[in-house]
Each structure stands twice: as C-alpha cells, then as structure tokens.
Design a protein around this ligand. Structure first.
Ligand code: SF4
Ligand code: ZN
Length: 710
C-alpha cells in the first residue's frame, strides 16, 4: 500500500465518521442547534482559517462537510495527499466541536481540549523572544513510560511548549509527572482528534498575529510553515487516521518524526523515520531548524523557562524567604570596576543545610555590576528580570519584587544539593549572558541574617525611592528620544510599537527604559531610537520622525501613527496586547478589558471578540491594544479627552490600576476616587442602558465631555 493510499484511506474513514456524527447530532437536536468552542472569537477556528466561513450551527456544519469533501481529490498527487490531510484535520475539528455542544465540558484534568484565544495571545511574546523556541506535538504511546518522561522533559528543559495526545498522557500520569500550561506541558486529549486543538492554536496565531485573511489558505499555510516552529513526534503504531493527520501537519509545514517501521515512507525534511526515540529531540530540532540558546549555569537542578510558572506548595518546601514577615530584598547596583570581583558569590550567614526545614527566613541578595557602558537606568531593567530568572530554576518559586519578595525552595531541590549560593550562580550567569554588552564584571552577595538585613533593607528602600522619583519625573516631554520595538514582527510582519516614557509597549513587557537598554545591548536590534522632532500636532501626538520610523520599520505598510489618539491613525496591534479598549457609543466613553477577564463587556463582546477586531499590524480606529500601565497615564487617548473617557473595566484591572489612575484623574479632572466611577462586571455586563444609569448616578466625568469626532 502506498503512503497516498494510507492518507486517502484515513481521510475517508474520518470523513465517514464525521458525516455520521453530524447527522446523528442533527437527528437529535435539529439543524439550528448551536456549535462552538468556548472562549474563541474564531468560531470553529480551523475551518474558518482555511475557508473564511464561520460555522455556528449544526446546519452550517452539515453544509461545510460538502466543502471539506471538495478538498478530498484523489489523483494520487502530493497536493491531493496534503489537502486530504487538511480535510482530515477539519473533520477532527467538527468531531471535537460536537463534544462541546450545549455548554458541555468534555475534558477533565489533566486534559485541556480546546485552547482559548487568550492562551494563544499569551504565546506571542515568548515565541518572538525565543523564550519558547518551539512547539512539540507528541502523539501516541512511547515504548515505555520512562521514555515518555525523558522525551517530554528534554523539550521542557529547552523551554518548548509540549502538547500531548493519546497514550503518552497516561504514561506521564503513571510517573506522577507534573503537567499543565504553567510548566508548558499541555495534555490535549486521549482521542487522536484532540490533536486539532494545537493545530487550532497555530492557525489562530496566523489570524491573530499575521493578519492572514480567513480563507486565504495559501498564505495561511505559508505563515505556519515560516513562522510557527512546530513539529510532530508520532509513536508507532501509526494507523491510517494518524497518517492522514500527519499529512495535514506536513501541509502546514510541521515535520513528522516517527519510529514506525511498517509501510513507512520518508519525505525529506518532512516525514522522518528515527527508530531511536532518545534521538527525537535532536532530529526534530534539526528538521524544524530550531536553535536553542543555552546558558551554562552551575546548579544541581534544571534551569528552563518552562519552569517559570511552576508552583511549590507549602508541604513541598524546604525553606521560604518571606518578605511579608521578615526583612528581605533584592537589589542591583552599579559599582566602580575596582569594587567588583567578577563571579564572586558570597553567602553571609547560614547555608540552607544549617536551617530547619519549613523555616521562614530573612534573606537578601545584592547584585553588583560594573561596566564601561553600564548606566544606572539599567539597574531596574535587570532587577525586574530576577523574578523570571529565579522562577526558571526547577523547584524554586519567586514572587514579588524589591523588598516584597517571597521565594520557596523545594525539598526536592534541597535533596539535589541546591544551596543559597546557587541563587547567586543563576543571577551571575543571567546578568553576564543577557547584559554582556554593558556588564563587564558582576558579583553577588547573599545575606541570611535578620539584623543585617533590617539595616540593609532601609538603605535599599532609599535606592528604590530615588528610582521611583526618577520614573515619575520621566514624561514624554522630558526626553528627546522615543524608541521603536519591532520584536513582534517575527509574527506580525508590519507591526511597530512606539515606546515612550508614558506609553509602554502594548505587551506590557517593554517600557521606555527597557527599550533604551535593548538598544544599548543590541545596537542593530528591535529597539531603534526616534529623535523627537517635527511635532505636527501636540494633542494627537503626531511627529514627522515617528511617521518616518513607522514607514521605515513597517516596510511601507503604515504611513502615519499618532501616539495619543484612538481615532486618528491609532497605533497598530500585533495581537499580544495586555488590554484592549474600544468605543462605547452610548456613553461616548471607552470600554477596556484584559486577557485575564473571560467575561462579557458592555460592548456585547468578550476580550477575545474585541481582540479579534484588531491585530496583525493594522490600524482599526476605535479599537486599540495597549499595555495595562498606559491606562493611568495622562497620555492615554489624550486626543479624545484622556483616561476620563474610561467607563468600564473588569474589577481586577480596576484594583490593579486604582492608585495611579485615581492620582492621574485627580490631576487631570479634579475628580476624587475616579476608579470607583468606572463600572465593572459587578455593576453591568451587557446592557449599555444600565451602564449609562450608573455613570449618571456617580457623576462620571465622561458625561461632561464632547461627543467623539469619529
Ligand atoms: Fe511586541 Fe510591542 Fe511588546 Fe515589542 S513592545 S515585544 S513589538 S508588543
Ligand atoms: Zn506582540
């Protein structure tokens, strides 16, 4: 039997099953029965991405089956095989969608099933920075549970996102292996059709970040091939259905590596036979051309970004550094070269093995750096990264910053020989690798002594206060340079963020200081300076030099961008924004919602739906993605009246922004407790009339503003 026969056979089998399942469902519920996956604005995302048509009912699904059938040509050409693979994937999506009918929750822990739009958007930044270098799709059962663990762990320690389908899930459960999106190991489901949930992530990435027009299948597949670094590892035995799914994967540009021996055909670079499972990691990376950046760190446990979200429970912890009860802090300071001895790591006080298990201790670490190109402004940039660096240590959890840190070191790490000294090793290695352009020498002093830390904490707080004063004095007027950030062009080829002191990048991860440091660290990199010259309109924030930069870095896709307007040439969005705001026409205000809020807004749209209005580097007047901290800036949609336009935000976002937003509103409008005047989901969700009543009740400043000039 040829490979073509197997693909066509698998495709026919799945198609037959799908037709039967749809007919059955129609017989039971009728054609008007709704079908949808939860938390996505791309109704049946794969079918929508490939054909441009949204399927929302069983009747539409039935009609769509004819379209799928038309892809299933049988002339035994490579193209037919690929399209039959795609058709198989679309059938799998329908079968999976049927599981979600009537609000059912078909998947239970540890399996995820369908993945939300917010999850896809969260992947944006780590994928562009290379923090997540690739996506592994592992299918079937490994020869043994130990080999399953080994393979998964090999990818996890490289920071990859690992998705699992089939028997491998039970193998990890059997070995008590921790899974979950917080450790980047995501079991999708045990049926082979659940593989569609990762395909759906890849295709939505193309729609969200790449601005691919739904239905433009050619560019869709070009996008996934060029920009989504995914690959498939399929354990034998491969049945025809898996082979057909594999053809779909290859059509999207994802190579398939397998240990199958029966009827196995090799397609160079795409379908690769590798009998030795221990070589799959290397083979896959080579096939997909994924390069892993390794920083050698001398510690007894793993270090990888996949462990960043790991949680250490109380019962699993050896000791806890607890800044809420005792004096603790973390600090980066610039020193003269003569004062720093490179790679000196000092622990003052007892080491971890001299401390009783379960203790809450006072601990501080001060990182001292020296370098000719070092600037004190970079201290806070480095310091904010400590959180992520320490979390990357397997078995260590870090929260908070400055003098409000909490660190848990697990018993497992203690048993592996992890010492406080190793915190110093991690800080040293990361500072020297990520900031090598500005740091020549670095030393770390760790102090485990409550009395010394009490004194040192007071001194550290003086440093923090000075930094805050400097940050507060930094306005868009007080500097002469803004920066571009084009990091997201890896996914969103024409998107450009303009980063100013008061307007951080829309992902929330790049402040003006970060951009300035990035320029210093990587002179030809994504953050390029823009001289603030040629102001054409102060209120809109329109500058000749900004327009020039946007034209240049969007490769001509954009001509004009303003810094402060929602309607006049607003800044574009790549897709990974923390928040999105949109016009609320009844109150003439704006509604803001954020990725963490899954519920509705008074626009009748959820975050996913609002987010789908913009993205891919295009301008959509009236909708704009932005970072959280921009909300409390005097410059937030200043051209339309400023943050006083905000009429609705999720409660959690209000709570996060309250202090600064209240201060800004008091300065701008003389209004006290402005945040309380903003409605949230506890006040109203979908009804604009209810919203308006609330705004009148509290005397919201928007009611005194001019209508928008749209
Ligand atoms: Fe992407 Fe903008 Fe963030 Fe840069 S600042 S990483 S371009 S969202
Ligand atoms: Zn982005």
């Amino acid at each position: 039997m040829t490979l073509f026969d197997r693909v066509f056979g698998g495709n026919d089998a799945v198609y037959g099953l799908t037709v039967a399942a749809v007919d059955n469902a129609i017989a039971q519920y009728g054609e008007s029965q709704a079908v949808a996956f939860p938390e996505t604005a791309y109704a049946l995302p794969c079918y929508y991405a490939v054909t441009g048509v949204k399927v929302t009912t069983l009747g539409e699904m039935k009609a769509a089956l004819d379209v799928i059938k038309s892809l299933m040509t049988r002339e035994k050409r490579l193209h037919d095989a690929f399209m039959s693979g795609v058709a198989t994937a679309l059938c799998a999506e329908f079968i999976e969608a049927l599981k979600y009918m009537n609000g059912a929750t078909p998947y239970e822990a540890p399996c995820y099933g369908h993945i939300s739009d917010a999850f896809v958007r969260n992947l944006g930044v780590p994928l562009v920075t290379g923090d997540i270098p690739g996506v592994a799709v592992i299918l079937g059962s490994a020869p043994s549970a130990d080999e399953a663990v080994e393979l998964v762990k090999s990818y996890q320690t490289q920071g990859m996102l690992v998705t699992l389908v089939g028997g491998v899930i039970d193998q990890l459960v059997e070995k008590n292996y921790k899974t979950g999106d917080n450790v980047r190991v995501v079991p999708l489901g045990k049926d082979v059709t659940s593989v569609i949930h990762v395909v759906s992530v890849a295709l939505r990435a193309a729609l969200i970040f790449g601005n691919i027009t739904p239905g433009d299948a050619g560019n869709l597949m070009k996008y996934t091939m060029e920009r989504v670094p995914a690959f498939v590892n399929a354990f034998k035995p491969l049945d025809d259905v898996i082979v057909a799914c594999g053809a779909g994967a290859i059509a999207l540009g994802f190579p398939v590596i397998s240990n199958e021996t029966e009827n196995m055909f090799r397609v160079p670079k795409s379908l690769i036979q590798q009998l030795d499972v221990s070589k799959w990691n290397a083979t896959s990376l080579e096939a997909r051309d994924i390069k892993i950046k390794i920083t050698k760190i001398d510690i007894p446990v793993s270090f990888a970004s996949a462990f960043e979200g790991e949680i250490i429970r109380r019962g699993d912890m050896q000791v806890e550094v607890d800044g809420s009860r005792v004096d603790c802090f973390e600090l980066v300071q610039t020193k003269e070269a003569a004062e720093v001895e490179d790679h000196k790591i000092e622990v003052v006080g007892p080491e971890i093995d001299e401390i009783p298990v379960g203790s809450k201790i006072s601990l501080s670490y001060t990182v001292e750096v020296a370098g000719k190109a070092m600037q004190p402004d970079f201290e806070s940039v480095m310091e904010r990264k400590i959180h992520s660096w320490l979390n990357c240590i397997e078995g260590v959890m870090h929260t908070g910053q400055r003098d409000m840190i909490r660190i848990r070191i697990s018993k497992a790490d203690f048993e592996a020989g992890f010492k406080f000294r190793h915190i110093g090793e991690v800080l040293y290695a990361k500072i020297k690798s990520e900031f090598e352009a500005v740091v020549d020498k670095c030393q770390v002093r760790i102090i485990v002594d409550p009395e010394q830390n009490a004194k040192l904490r007071a001194a550290a707080n003086e440093v923090f206060d000075k930094r805050d004063a400097r940050l507060a004095s930094m306005t868009d007027e007080s500097v002469d340079t803004y920066y571009t950030c084009i990091m997201c062009q890896a996914f969103s080829p024409s998107h450009v963020c303009i980063v100013t002191p008061e307007r951080l990048g829309l992902c929330g991860a790049v402040s003006w200081l970060d951009a300035k440091a990035t320029k210093e660290l990587d002179p030809a990199g994504p953050c390029q300076p823009i001289k603030k010259e040629g102001c054409l309109d102060e209120k809109l924030g329109r500058f000749e030099t900004v327009d020039e930069a946007v034209q240049k870095y969007s490769h001509g896709a954009l001509e004009h961008v303003t810094l402060y307007s929602l309607f006049q040439d607003p800044m574009t969005s790549c897709g990974c924004f923390e928040c999105i705001c949109g016009v609320e026409p009844v109150s003439m205000g704006v509604v803001i919602t954020c990725r963490e809020h899954a519920g509705m807004t008074p626009l009748g749209m959820s975050f996913s739906e609002m987010a789908s209005m913009t993205g891919g580097g295009v301008q959509t007047p009236g909708f704009m993605g932005h970072g959280k901290h921009f909300i409390a800036s005097h410059k937030f949609i200043a051209a339309e009246g400023g943050p006083g336009r905000i009429v609705w935000m999720p409660k959690m976002l209000k709570d996060q922004m309250r202090e600064r937003l209240d201060k800004t509103a008091l300065e701008m409008y003389g209004v006290e407790n402005f945040t309380d005047m903003i409605a949230d989901e506890t006040i109203c969700t979908e009804d604009p009339e209810q919203l308006l009543n609330y705004l009148s009740e509290v005397g919201h400043p928007v009611l005194g503003m001019e209508p928008f000039e749209m």
